[in-house]
Design a protein. Structure first.
Length: 114
């Protein structure tokens, strides 16, 4: 499993600690330090949907122009995340060909059972 995180994100740190505590094998990909290639971002956006893939509560989102925020599509979400990886909602878990975003009790149960 690959976990796409941001080092400064509290939820990402909790998720990584939880995975380690549960003994779930994973590798960490820091979206800022390691970057995000377009193919990976496109796969995430297609799997999650543009609205769910973009973190609209982020400081980066608030700093975008109104034109950049309007009419969010798969293509525009991919372009924005490639340019600003911190716009991606996180953590994102890639297990096989499946992408899951966020970190709540339901997702934790999903990660434990599969």
């Amino acid at each position: 499993m690959i976990v796409y995180t941001l080092k400064s994100c509290d939820t990402c740190r909790k998720a990584l600690k939880w995975l380690a505590d549960e003994g779930i094998a994973h590798s960490n990909h820091d979206v800022r330090a390691d970057g995000m290639d377009e193919a990976t971002v496109r796969s995430i956006v297609i799997a999650l949907g543009a609205e769910k893939a973009v973190n609209k509560r982020s400081t980066t989102w608030r700093g975008l122009s109104d034109e950049q925020k309007q009419g969010l599509t798969e293509d525009s979400a991919v372009a924005l995340i490639v340019e600003n990886p911190t716009l991606m909602k996180r953590p994102v878990f890639k297990r096989g060909g499946e992408y899951l975003a966020g970190f709540d009790a339901r997702l934790q149960q999903t990660l434990k059972t599969r």
